[in-house]
Design a binder for this molecule. Structure first.
Ligand code: Z5A
Length: 212
């Protein structure tokens, strides 16, 4: 790729418990960035469009059963199959707003009782996000937002465990936002963090590898 790294896009990940508002915020953020002339794309994991993604989707909707480690590795493979496209887009100057990433992978599988280091291992070497925005909400508050649906993992006790593992994964790229705030207030906080991050990446911050 001949693109100057000084003009690269930023890799920005939104994480949080089910119903924390990631999808709503991702849509608003992408619309806002587009509106002010940034090159930006909305991504999400799992990407249910690939062959691997379809196996994951069937598992999540309880249409198939899989060993805990097998599904963990499929989630990871689903990120690996997108890694090079992700890098190309960043180098082309496109900022990616990604709804869930490796942190979901590790937090959800660890909450089932798998060893956290084992869970991290398959994702080592993926692209490291430049910014992780964690939308912080308790499972109780999240459940008030229309209640949990029928997908696997949408249960309060399980979500509590997931929250504990998310805490263990925090690193300096994380910013934590109170997701109980009004949608517009959350949006404003996110915008400021994201604009700052996009600028840093434009100035030539290198693309790093996750957990390497
Ligand atoms: N998973 C995994 O195990 N391993 C992995 O590697 C990966 C994922 C990547 C599917 O994820 C499951 O896969 C997920 C983790 C696991 N399981 N769980 N739980 P998904 O991405 O397909 O689905 P999701 O992320 O869990 O859920 P979601 O429905 O997309 O939720 P959301 O994006 O966080 O929230 P939302 O749709 O924006 O908002 C939810 C509701 O709240 C909606 O009615 C909004 O209008 C409302 N809302 C949003 N913001 C607010 C505020 N600020 N105030 C009040 N109400 C609000």
């Amino acid at each position: 790729n001949t693109q100057n790294s000084e003009s690269r896009g930023a890799l920005i990940v939104l994480e949080g418990l089910d119903r924390c508002g990631k999808t709503s915020q991702s849509t608003r953020l992408v619309n806002y960035l587009n509106g002010i002339g940034h090159s930006v794309e909305s991504w999400r994991f799992p990407d249910r469009n690939t062959g691997v993604g379809q196996m994951i989707s069937s598992y999540l909707s309880n249409k198939s059963q899989l060993d805990d480690r097998a599904i963990h590795l499929l989630f990871s493979a689903n990120r690996w199959e997108k890694r090079s496209l992700m890098e190309d887009e960043l180098k082309r100057g496109t900022t990616l707003i990604v709804d869930r990433y490796s942190y979901s992978g590790v937090a959800f599988s660890s909450a089932k009782g798998l060893d956290i280091e084992w869970c991290k291992a398959p994702d080592i070497g993926l692209l490291a996000p430049d910014l992780v925005i964690y939308l912080d909400i308790s499972p109780e508050e999240a459940a008030k937002r229309g209640g949990y649906g029928g997908e696997r993992y949408e249960q309060r006790e399980f979500q509590k465990k997931v929250a504990l593992f998310y805490q263990k994964l925090q690193d300096p790229t994380w910013k934590i936002i109170d997701a109980k705030l009004e949608v517009e207030d959350v949006e404003k906080l996110i915008r400021d963090m994201v604009l700052d991050c996009i600028l840093t990446c434009k100035k030539g911050k290198p693309i790093l590898k996750l957990w390497a």
